[in-house]
Design a protein around this ligand. Structure first.
Ligand SMILES: *Cc1c(COP(=O)(O)O)cnc(C)c1O
Length: 691
């Protein structure tokens, strides 16, 4: 590579480019088409672009000085002293099975990963002493294709780590740093990749080593792999291996944060290390507990995995043997009722009992979680169950569109995203004129419509739709039409099917004089047949005459697509069956872009909605879920017909929708400061990380 491009090569290995203004434009300028083809992966871009493009970049003085300036900004950012209450030499070690940092690093499936990624970026911005641990899945999460019937097809593609913005951690002699982890009777050799999320190092464990047999290599194959024995091996690798990797790196964490139960066994390894140093078992378990905190992320039963005791013992027998303990002592910690040997071992139960503090991810989820796990604290009332809550937030700079970023910079100051939790700063939103705010909204919607036209045309060709349907998709999406989005991991409780409970009314909304257009997307877990069937029913509706032009279902929902959707949609729908939405975060991303939420009062929306800043459907829990679905679907249509559509199309003499814009302002003013990662991390520091 030309020497002049050295600073670009360094920038490519620091994901800060993805949230600093101008970072993305910098790489895109080198070779826009290659940038798109590489899923915006700067390392691949530099490896794969033509020599001519590199030579052009090397003589582009403006580009080079821009790169140097960005590098200088990053360097200054990295040199800031550590902040926060923690000793920089004893950082918080954050453990999670998935990280949604950017679409070029495919080691995430949905909200949990997105949250973890946003948290790391915010920790970098706040200069917190924090390191993160995860797994490098060679095939990541699956790629999604839909057939013309809406049937989901899954495929997995090998990721070559040499083409990721990740560096193999090496020993001084140049060989890979490795550790071993005893899993199911084998010593699994593990190497470690380091990803720079700004100041925060993310260490990813990788079992694809020549020392290992096929079964061991398969452990880090796919995120949430289907086979339970392999899945449990992943958790052992993440927890036990993660703590060992940190020790090998010379990192002694002051606190271990288990972000969801997948990482539970980190606490076990902390105890094992103390036993190795000569402590007694009880004391070692106690000491592990005093350094561990836990966040639970889902009230859905399937998300709180359990395994037969024998499987746990089989998987962890090496670690348990090194602890020198009767396996039943460990199994007891993971059972609902420790004495009932017939009960399975739950990773959430184990995490709750092995941590000194635990939290749910919204106020309502806190209530639900306390009730759900009350049995672990016999004799305590629900109010005394030691699970608090820290409501999720999103990292504004990662989600806001450029036009909105610029608008907020003009009115709140260019560092608005660094002080996003400052409620007073957001009062400035009231001084933005209707014309200016609307212009930005229209620009972002138009960008989304452009994206939808391109993607839906390609998706329909891949589905083998008739040519007319493909052309309809490309022709009909309109930058001036009220655009409603619904995109998320397709789980049954998310109830995307409510959209087609009243097909006639929905049809009227899609084709009236004041019409709407719908953008849908989402992957179902490969083994979730029920969720897949709902999408098939949706396709039957979507492809009906008159509808095909106004409803698109985009394939392959990922972080990149999510950015387009949350930036451009006017209304973001969320229709979970209460109380299963722990928090939800996509709606928060919409807030920062001046979009509005219409959501069931569950998860974050239950504490966010105030009557003026969006729209709500009831959040009560009904025993008869079919009747509830029917009622909610009808209420959704009524809200759209009576309030949402008229507010969008009612224009004043200047052509501006005043009523609509008043709601947008209320949403920004009341919600943006509350639902940022800045507020979230402050809450973690105050109520979970603190003593
Ligand atoms: C933000 C995000 C999510 C989380 O969405 P919710 O349904 O609101 O929890 C999932 N997937 C992707 C790709 C996201 O960007």
């Amino acid at each position: 590579m030309p020497e002049q491009l050295a600073s670009l090569a360094r920038l490519a290995f620091d994901y800060r480019w993805s949230w600093y203004p101008g970072g993305k434009e910098l790489f895109s300028r080198i070779d826009p088409e290659r940038w798109r083809l590489t899923a915006e992966n700067p390392v691949r871009l530099l490896q794969e672009t033509s020599a001519a493009a590199l030579a052009r970049a090397a003589s582009d003085a403006e580009l080079l000085s821009w790169a140097r300036a960005l590098e200088e900004t990053f360097r200054a950012d990295s040199e800031r002293p550590y902040a926060g209450p923690h000793d920089p030499h004893r950082p918080v070690a954050f453990f999670c099975a998935e990280y949604g940092i950017h679409q070029s690093l495919p080691i995430y499936s949905g909200g949990l990963g997105g949250l973890a990624g946003d948290l790391l970026k915010e920790a970098s911005d706040q200069a917190l002493p924090l390191v993160a641990v995860g797994l490098l899945y060679r095939q990541g999460y699956f790629r999604q294709r839909l057939e013309a019937s809406g049937r989901q097809q899954e495929s997995w593609i090998d990721v070559d780590p040499e083409r990721l913005p990740a560096a193999l951690v090496r020993q001084p002699d140049g060989r890979a740093l490795t550790i071993t982890v005893p899993i199911r009777g084998s010593e699994v050799t593990v190497q470690v990749w380091r990803v720079a999320v700004g100041r925060i190092p993310l260490f990813l464990l990788d079992a694809d080593r020549p020392e290992n047999g096929h079964l061991e290599r398969w452990i880090t194959s796919r995120l949430y792999v289907g086979d339970p024995a392999t899945r449990l091996s992943q958790y052992a690798l993440l927890g036990v291996g993660g703590v060992r990797a940190l020790a090998a790196l010379g990192i002694d964490p002051g606190l271990v944060h288990l972000n969801e139960g997948h990482a539970a066994f980190a606490a076990l390894e902390l105890a094992r290390l103390d036993v190795e140093r000569g402590q007694g078992l009880e004391q070692a378990l106690q000491s592990a507990r005093s350094r561990t905190v836990f966040t639970t992320h889902t009230p859905v039963a399937a998300g709180n995995e359990t395994y037969p005791g024998e499987e746990i013992v089989k998987t962890l027998k090496g670690t348990i043997a090194e602890l020198g303990v009767d396996p039943d002592v460990i199994l007891r910690i993971g059972r609902d009722q420790p004495d009932k040997t017939s009960q399975p071992f739950g990773v959430t139960q184990f995490s709750l009992r092995m941590s000194r503090a635990a939290n749910a991810v919204s106020e309502r989820h806190g209530e639900v979680a306390r009730e759900m796990w009350q049995g672990l604290w016999p004799g305590r009332g629900i109010g005394e169950v030691p699970i608090g809550h820290v409501t999720n937030g999103v990292h504004p700079a990662s989600w806001v569109g450029r036009p909105m970023h610029d608008l907020l910079s003009r009115h709140l100051g260019s560092d608005w995203w660094r002080t996003a939790a400052d409620a007073e700063a957001w009062a400035a939103v009231d001084r933005i004129s209707d014309a200016e705010l609307w212009a930005v909204r229209c620009e972002q919607r138009a960008q989304l419509v452009e994206f939808v036209k391109q993607r839906s045309g390609m998706d329909r060709l891949a589905e083998r739709q008739p040519r007319a349907a493909v052309e309809a998709a490309v022709r009909a999406f309109d930058p001036d039409v009220l655009t409603i989005g619904f995109a998320r991991r397709n789980a049954t409780y998310k109830r995307i099917g409510l959209l087609i409970e009243n097909p006639e009314r929905m049809l009227a909304l899609l084709s009236g004089a004041q019409r709407i257009q719908l953008v849908l997307a989402g992957k179902a877990h490969p083994s979730d047949e029920e969720a897949k069937r709902v999408v098939e029913r949706l396709f039957a509706f979507k492809d009906a005459p008159g509808v095909a032009e106004r409803v698109v279902y985009l394939h392959e929902y990922d972080l990149g697509m999510a950015q387009h959707l949350v930036r451009g949609c006017d209304v973001w729908l969320n229709l979970p069956r209460p109380p299963f939405e722990a928090s939800g975060t996509s709606g928060m991303k919409v807030v920062f872009n001046g979009g509005l939420n219409l959501s069931v009062l569950d998860g974050w929306w239950a504490e966010a909605y105030d009557g003026s800043n969006g729209w709500a459907l009831p959040g009560d829990v009904e025993a008869d879920s079919e009747a509830q679905d029917e009622r909610d679907a009808t209420m959704l249509c009524e809200l759209l017909e009576r309030e949402v559509v008229p507010a969008f199309y009612e224009r004043d003499a200047q052509g501006l929708p005043q009523v609509w814009l008043a709601r947008v302002r209320a949403s920004l003013r009341t919600l943006a400061p509350q639902f940022s990662t800045q507020r979230m991390l402050a809450d973690y520091a105050a109520s979970v990380y603190g003593d």
